[in-house]
Write a protein of this length. Structure first.
Length: 88
């Protein structure tokens, strides 16, 4: 019976060591998960800023295209008017 008690105590100690090791690993994983989440939030903020910048660039590009289109029509109109003047 004493041998069984010793063996039971040894098993309890072993299980305690294993459990403590698992707790330590879970703590590490929890800390790393927190670090990863903070990094992801940081990246989200950066992507939001980049999206805003792209929206501004898109608006600027549309304005440039419109101005170019208007200038093209003006040039065409000037060409027609110059052609008429030269034909006189």
């Amino acid at each position: 019976m004493k041998k069984d008690n010793n063996m039971l105590e040894e098993i309890k100690r072993h299980v305690g060591v294993v459990v403590e090791g698992l707790r330590s690993e879970v703590r590490i994983i929890t800390e790393q998960h927190g670090d990863v989440m903070r990094k992801l939030e940081e990246h989200d903020r950066r992507f939001e800023k980049i999206d805003i910048r792209f929206d501004r660039v898109d608006l600027d590009l549309k304005a440039i295209k419109n101005a170019s289109f208007d200038n093209s029509h003006r040039l065409d109109d000037h060409d027609v008017r110059i052609g008429r003047l030269e034909a006189r």
